[in-house]
Design a protein around this ligand. Structure first.
Ligand SMILES: NC(=O)c1ccc[n+]([C@@H]2O[C@H](COP(=O)([O-])OP(=O)(O)OC[C@H]3O[C@@H](n4cnc5c(N)ncnc54)[C@H](OP(=O)(O)O)[C@@H]3O)[C@@H](O)[C@H]2O)c1
Length: 515
């Protein structure tokens, strides 16, 4: 094997990673352990949870215990053991707190110990209350920028999402876009000034808090609704992508003249190849369609057949992150944006996507017992979003009228009316993904892969043109989802669409993808 610039740049380096208890973080970590074992150390910011209150125990249980490490466990058990013993350092940390909740001394030691920061942690819940989503996806990025300075101006690799581009349509490049619905120009420094926006959101949240100070459930519900309303007002379909966009602006502004790479994946799905084709954790946003079809839960759902659904296997995303980290170490003091996506390199039409996954499940349903116990019977009909919303709105009016005639109060709405209301709400969120009017472009990431050379293109492939979509869905993804996704789903929901949501949605027909 010839010289690898990526391995050379990362060798001997100390890497701080957040989010390794999550889906993408695990794949990044596993790839470093397998492909760049001579890094000097990996520092993992992990928080305890109910099952594992201690960060080291959580690493052993939730991270190392994952099936993603099966390949290393089978092929190099002693190497894996030695790597964990000598090079993994678990730090109990909470990204939303100043100094990540560490003592001054612990923070100083950490800042003196690392050379590059890969920040993958986020709240990927579409329904997160606005205050929480802002903290995790936006405001904490100021702490991360401060940490990078305290650590000696180390590079930051921020994992964002292609969907920060919101409701901007057409060809979406690796650049900063203004909100689609509110005039907010991109400053000459390459970011949008969000201070006034944050102040406005703060005062909206203060009103909500003053109204339901003593009722936690009502407060959380009101903040969730406020998030969706504000996201919509500015040009996003959900609070998650809206707050991730704000986070990008905070980082870009605070890290002017510093080393920052933003890597934006589209919808991340199962591994194409490494370490195991089909490996996935939980159910992703587009898989809700598959689940709903397999379990005969829907007949109609809103989708734009001519649109391009942007799916990217998780191993290609992890490779994009490592290419970016290597480049940032080799050529510092620049800000860069890369999109890890398939839309421009290997467009997958919504129509083809639906026909392929539904065809596979219909034909080979007996191979996927966790997906379904019987052959799906219903036909699956994608409907234009406007027609779909009009029909559901009409149903809502009718059901509201019936409720009024029966003198039901708003707290005692009929189950049918509640279902229709939640369908409308979910349609507005998920239609971003199933009715796309945008195509994500990643010419810059392709240029980076070109510059890194043939060895790195083979070791760390990022090009979606490598995917044969029929083979991917029919031989890799559906199998992987059945084997890993549904298995892991009961253990730890973690995705843009949480497993619970997908399961509840699919089981009740309440997803945007169907009634
Ligand atoms: N999955 C996708 O399809 C997709 C698509 C585009 C972009 N992305 C981006 O990719 C990144 C990784 O996503 P993912 O799918 O791996 O998400 P995930 O599976 O939900 O993992 C999220 C990670 O963030 C950690 N985290 C959340 N809040 C935290 C906090 N306050 N302090 C410390 N850690 C915290 C979680 O830790 P706990 O386990 O302790 O909660 C978990 O490790 C995110 O930045 C996301 O925006 C994902």
């Amino acid at each position: 094997m010839r010289h690898s610039s990526v391995k050379h740049a990362l060798s001997g380096k100390r890497i701080l990673i957040t989010g390794t208890t999550g889906f993408l973080g695990k794949v990044i970590l596993e790839k470093i352990m397998r492909e760049v074992p001579d890094v000097a150390g990996i520092y993992l910011l992990i928080r305890g949870n109910k099952a594992y209150p201690n960060e080291a125990a959580r690493f052993r249980g939730d991270v190392l215990g994952s099936s993603i490490f099966e390949h290393l466990r089978e092929h190099d058990p002693f190497g894996l053991h030695a790597f964990c013993r000598d090079k993994i350092h678990c730090i109990a940390g909470e990204i939303t707190q100043p100094r990540f909740g560490l003592t001054e001394r612990e923070y100083e030691i950490l800042a003196g110990s690392v050379d590059v920061f890969i920040h993958s942690a986020a709240s990927v819940n579409f329904h997160e209350p606005l205050d929480q989503a802002l903290l995790v996806n936006a405001l904490c990025l100021a702490h991360i920028a401060d940490f990078a300075v305290d650590a000696g101006d180390i590079p930051v690799i921020q994992i964002s999402t292609c969907y920060v581009n919101g409701q901007n349509n057409g060809l979406i490049r690796e650049a900063v876009y203004s909100p689609a619905r509110v005039e907010m120009p991109v400053e000459p420094g390459g970011y949008v000034e969000v201070q006034a926006l944050l102040a406005a959101l703060e005062s909206e949240m203060a009103v909500v808090l003053s109204c339901c100070r003593d009722d936690e459930k009502a407060r959380s519900q009101a903040l969730t609704e406020l998030g969706l309303k504000e996201a919509n007002r500015y040009g996003w379909g959900d609070t998650y992508t809206f707050t991730k966009w704000i986070g990008e602006q905070i980082l870009l502004r605070k890290m002017q003249g510093k080393t920052l790479t933003i890597v934006r994946p589209s919808v991340v799905e199962s591994c194409l190849k490494e370490p195991k084709p089909g490996w996935i954790e939980s159910v992703k946003v587009t898989d809700a369609i598959l689940l709903a079809y397999a379990r005969d839960k829907v007949s109609y759902f809103p989708a734009r057949k001519a649109g391009v659904v942007d799916i990217i296997p998780v191993d290609l995303v992890a490779n994009a992150v490592l290419l970016s980290a290597a480049e940032a170490l080799m050529e510092p003091c620049r800000q860069r944006i890369y999109q890890a996506c398939s839309g421009s390199r290997n467009p997958l039409g919504v129509d083809r996507y639906i026909k392929t996954i539904c065809g596979e499940v219909k034909q080979n349903w007996h191979k996927y017992p966790k997906l379904t116990q019987k052959q799906p019977k219903r036909t699956f009909v994608p409907v234009n979003k406007t027609v779909f919303v009009a029909a559901v709105t009409l149903a809502k009016w009718g059901l509201t009228l019936i409720d009024r005639l029966m003198l039901r109060g708003t707290d005692h709405r009929s189950p049918a009316l509640k279902l229709v209301e939640s369908t409308l709400r979910l349609t507005s969120i998920y239609a971003t993904y199933t009715s796309p009017y945008y195509v994500f472009n990643n010419d810059r990431l392709m240029d980076l892969a070109e510059r890194m050379g043939a060895t790195d293109r083979a070791l760390f492939p990022v090009d979606a043109a490598l995917i044969d979509w029929d083979v991917y869905f029919r031989e890799i993804h559906v199998r992987g989802l059945n084997h890993y996704g549904l298995e892991d789903r009961s253990v730890q929901p973690a995705s843009e669409l949480t497993a619970d949501e997908a399961e509840i949605g699919a089981a009740s027909g309440e997803t945007a993808s169907g009634v």
